[in-house]
Design a protein around this ligand. Structure first.
Ligand code: UD1
Ligand code: CA
Length: 489
């Protein structure tokens, strides 16, 4: 049934503009929301349509933009826009690169990142059903400032699009905006794009002028109105950037809630589009789940927690923690107030407790580093308990060295492990020990000199101080006590 075959699709993404209103050295389309550049979101949407051709038009900071594009989508055709400015010129150069293409050309803007699959499918459907030469996506918004307005004729059809800078007051009052997303029949687009002039406030060749030119040729131009105005949000400045980030995040949070995660406070929970949450995960307020982080079934993260590229195991608990590239085992607990740096592996039911920093270290199953510690470049076996204040001195000013702690080791409080050093399985260390030499399995390591008490030192050396008075009082009370006991005896 070849007559029912849908026309082929080419997608052109406009990303050549400077983005002056961002006031940034970074090209606008590379600013990130939800863990991805704006352009990355548009590319992902475009690729979802599996187009015949995918073209990206670049110019400003060309190499940086192309680098980001090719990382995501190596099959993209890169089109370099020349010095002639305007969205019309960008599209003209793009379609010149696919001269034999005869299907539908979908034009997307690199700065309209929230366009969802449904809205896009609706636009393409409307276009194909109507047989119009062009169909544009519009939205009715509360604040239309900055956008092109859709000007309709008496019959309700689209007459033209007028940019804000070229609009009369009456036109500017129109609340239906052009989203910067269009589908064109390739032949009609080719015939009209070259006719676009520069007679406008910015002296640029506007793609939007194609609409009026097509109407002049008595071709029909359709509109598909987005039901969700967020889909049409264009990012021109950093206010809109944060708005887009918030709207995208709200979508992501809602998606995970519907997938079975309890997210207490959507407004203060930030989840990148690349993160993953399993069933019955609980996310407490002020929590950021970023990049490729995965949180397994039944785990609880937050409050006040930031996870970047982490793996949180089933039923683990992560409270008030900051972690990057860390793997947290099943049933393990982290925090409150923990800092997990890259290369931290915490085993099943292990613990990284309060005011603990870890880096490039493995902490085995059921092993605990509960309080006030720094553990770097260390391998800890299973069932270990490190006393409060354990410090691995991993750096000797020249190189980093490893500490190895065997299974079932229990260390005393306030130990320093001067690496490279090994503590054998089952060994114990005394409080305050500075471990500079390897400890054999099952040994008790003591490094602190025995305590010596110099009697009466304070009264002799600090006479008349409050401490001396207190000591004298305590000593005479003790004497009286001893005397009374002798009488009793
Ligand atoms: C454009 C539309 C406007 C619409 C709005 C929607 C035009 C003339 N105006 O305005 O009607 O309401 O988008 O967000 O099209 N670009 C190029 N080459 C250029 C200029 C721009 O590739 O020479 C790219 C930009 O990188 C950007 C996109 O085209 O991704 C839109 O450009 P921008 O300058 O932001 O247009 P707006 O003023 O927002
Ligand atoms: Ca824009």
């Amino acid at each position: 049934m070849s007559e029912n075959t849908e026309p082929q699709l080419a997608v052109v993404i406009l990303a050549a503009g400077q983005g002056t209103r961002m006031k940034s050295t970074l090209p606008k389309v590379l600013h990130r929301i939800g863990g991805r550049p704006l352009l990355g979101h548009v590319l992902a949407t475009a690729r979802g349509l599996q187009p015949e051709n995918l073209l990206v038009v670049v110019r400003h900071e060309r190499d940086m933009v192309v680098g980001a594009v090719l990382e995501d989508a190596p099959d993209v055709i890169v089109v370099d826009q020349d010095e002639v400015p305007g969205t019309g010129r960008a599209v003209e150069m793009a379609i010149a690169r696919v001269p034999d293409f005869t299907g539908d050309v979908l034009v997307l803007s690199g700065d309209v990142p929230l366009l969802d699959d449904e809205t896009l499918a609706g636009l393409i459907r409307t276009h194909r059903r109507s047989g119009a030469a062009a169909t544009l996506l519009s939205a009715v918004v509360g604040d239309a400032s900055g956008y092109g307005r859709v000007i309709r004729d008496a019959g309700g059809g689209v007459q033209r699009i007028v940019e804000q800078k070229d609009a009369t007051d009456e036109e500017a009052a129109v609340s239906e905006i052009n989203a910067g997303v269009y589908v064109f029949q390739a032949a009609a687009l080719r015939a009209h794009i070259s006719l676009v002039g520069t007679a406008n406030a910015q002296g640029e060749r506007y793609l939007t002028d194609v609409v009026a030119l097509m109407r002049d040729s008595r071709l029909s131009v359709g509109v598909s109105q987005a039901t969700d105005a967020a889909a049409a949000l264009g990012v021109n400045d950093r206010v809109q950037l944060s708005e887009a980030a918030r709207l995208l995040n709200a979508r992501t949070v809602r998606r995970w809630q519907l997938e079975g995660a309890t997210i207490l406070d959507p407004a203060t929970t930030w989840i990148d589009v690349t993160a993953n949450l399993a069933l019955d995960v609980t996310v407490l307020p002020n929590t950021h789940i970023l990049r490729a982080t995965t949180v397994a079934e039944g785990a609880t993260v937050g409050p006040d927690t930031s996870l970047v590229d982490c793996e949180v195991g089933p039923r683990a608990t992560v409270t008030r923690a900051d972690a990057t590239l860390a793997v947290i085992g099943a049933g393990a607990t982290v925090g409150p107030f923990a800092y997990l740096r890259p290369g931290t592996y915490l085993g099943e039911r292990g613990k990284i407790g309060t005011f603990v920093e870890t880096k490039n270290s493995t902490i085995g199953e059921r092993s605990k580093v509960p309080h006030l510690s720094y553990i770097g470049d260390t391998t800890i076996g299973t069932g270990v308990n490190l006393g409060a204040g354990a410090i691995t001195a991993n750096y000797d000013d020249i190189a980093k060295h490893r500490t190895e702690i065997g299974d079932e080791v229990h260390s005393g409080s306030h130990n320093v492990f001067v690496a490279p050093v090994r503590i054998g399985a089952g060994a114990k260390t005394g409080a305050g020990a500075v471990i500079r030499k390897d400890v054999p399995a099952g040994a008790l390591a003591l490094s602190v000199a025995p305590q010596r008490n110099v009697e009466g030192w304070v009264e002799t050396n600090r006479p008349g101080t409050a401490a001396a008075d207190a000591a004298a009082g305590a000593r005479s009370a003790q004497k009286a006590d001893d005397g009374a006991q002798e009488e009793d005896g």
